[in-house]
Design a protein around this ligand. Structure first.
Ligand SMILES: Cc1cc2nc3c(=O)[nH]c(=O)nc-3n(C[C@H](O)[C@H](O)[C@H](O)COP(=O)(O)OP(=O)(O)OC[C@H]3O[C@@H](n4cnc5c(N)ncnc54)[C@H](O)[C@@H]3O)c2cc1C
Length: 406
């Protein structure tokens, strides 16, 4: 391993770590020694490589939240970055559909939020206009967000990595950080490929962000609870049922958006994701069980408090996960003619969702700083859309904290 002493090491080579690395080196500390350390052999293989690929426009989030601010600003910057770097994306537009009258109030609330957040071109539409946009969808009303788009976030992350390396940054893959110790004013990161010395750390470890914070003896009031999102893929002959992105009105008590249809930039159509508790932080299959990680979840008081609040939803998510007919029923609320025969098994992703000690599922991004570190403790969706704005924010925090005693 490199014997250099780094000024900053970023732990985690996902889209947030790489965006931060690029902007920290380019805009805040040109000339500093900065490295990204990634545990896997390849970059961007977890949340960044297992998501819906939607460029969100910023409708759902409380107007005073980081999510609203970073999503709207991040989207603009992302599109500009993609234009400059010839990364393909498509503004295919999205409808959020009220299936019956009982959802109209919540649809109105979403419209108000979207307008307050500055979402461009957002429109309330009736069933006729909905049929023009999505001929196979049924609903009593909808919101139409024409600027919502689709993209491959892995390609974006790889472009961030390229810019970072071109500016002189180092990337070490295949190097899980297993322990962090402090001696003589520097931090020693122990990895499978040797130790790395650094003055400062930025923790962008996604599903393991709480573990990395704990390695630095940070007192944190959250734990990452992994929620798997499972998808079906529409068979080729059923693609015509979906033109763009079709979402239900979400349950406002949860940060998840409800199972929806997504046209993927790679040409296929996905239905999902649901949100089921995973028994392994990188458990992409139902059969993946990691005993020590499951124990970490089960022994956390916040998990049981969350379960007491939301056990009914938890059970219905499990039911939908194991019974395709239930999944199909939910999808039929949006497209009545969809049937089980239209759906083949698809992929999955695991969300790193922070839950606090009182059992609350954190709704907003959570980024905290210590003297030697910045920790990204909650960056679920729309984290990929927001990656440039989040990275800029983290780089700013790092400049304030590390610049003084660099
Ligand atoms: C199912 C699903 C659907 C989603 N859909 C969307 C969407 O449509 N639009 C959107 O904007 N967002 C979406 N998101 C959210 C988005 O994917 C995340 O916000 C974003 O990818 C988070 O990036 P990250 O860099 O924080 O995490 P990650 O991509 O998970 O990266 C963290 C990295 O840290 C590494 N790491 C962990 N521990 C260590 C260690 N000890 N040492 C070294 N490296 C370590 C991991 O290997 C990993 O590569 C979705 C997420 C999921 C799961």
């Amino acid at each position: 391993m490199d014997s250099t002493e780094y000024d900053v090491v970023i732990i985690g080579g996902g889209i947030i770590g790489l965006s931060t690395a690029m902007q920290l080196l380019r805009d805040k500390f040109p000339g500093w020694k900065i490295a990204v350390v990634e545990k896997d052999e390849e970059l961007a293989t977890h949340q960044t490589g297992h998501n819906s690929g939607v460029i969100h426009s910023g409708i759902y989030y409380r107007p005073d939240s980081h999510k609203a601010q970073f999503c709207v600003a991040g989207k603009q910057r992302l599109l500009q970055f993609c234009d400059e770097n010839e990364i393909e994306y498509e503004k295919c537009g999205k409808v959020i559909v009220a299936s019956d009258e009982s959802e109209l109030g919540r649809l109105d609330d979403l419209y108000e939020r979207g307008v307050a957040n500055g979402v461009q071109g957002l429109e309330k539409i009736g069933p006729e206009r909905l049929k023009e946009i999505e001929p196979h969808v049924s609903g009593v009303a909808a919101l139409w967000a024409p600027t919502t788009g689709i993209i491959d976030y892995r390609k974006v992350a790889m472009a961030y990595a390229m810019h970072f390396q071109q500016a002189g940054g180092d990337i070490f893959t295949g190097s899980p950080v297993n322990a962090i110790t402090k001696s003589h004013g520097e931090l020693l990161l122990e990895t499978d490929r040797g130790a790395i010395r650094t003055k400062h750390v930025i923790n962008c470890a996604g599903l393991y962000a709480d573990r990395v914070a704990t390695m630095m003896s940070e007192q944190i009031d959250v734990r990452i609870i992994p929620f798997r999102g499972e998808y079906y893929t529409l068979r080729d002959e059923s693609h015509h049922l979906v033109s763009g992105l079709i979402y239900p009105v979400p349950d406002p008590r949860f940060p998840f958006l409800g199972v929806h249809y997504t046209r993927n930039i790679k040409g296929y159509v996905e239905a999902g994701p649901n949100a089921v508790l995973a028994f392994s932080r990188e458990g992409y299959r139902k059969s993946n069980v990691d005993l020590s990680e499951s124990w970490a979840t089960m022994s956390y008081g916040g998990f049981w408090k969350m379960t007491r609040k939301h056990w009914k939803t938890g059970i219905s998510e499990m039911n939908r996960s194991y019974r395709k007919s239930v999944f199909v029923n939910d999808l039929q609320k949006l497209i009545p003619e969809i049937s089980a025969a239209d759906l083949a098994s698809g992929g999955s992703g695991v969300r790193a969702q922070a839950v606090d000690t009182r059992g609350f599922i954190l709704d907003d991004f959570r980024i905290i700083r210590g003297r030697e570190a910045v920790h990204v403790l909650n960056a679920p969706s729309p984290g990929a859309t927001s990656s440039l704005a989040i990275g800029e924010h983290i780089a700013g925090l790092a400049a304030e904290s590390f610049g003084e005693h660099g």
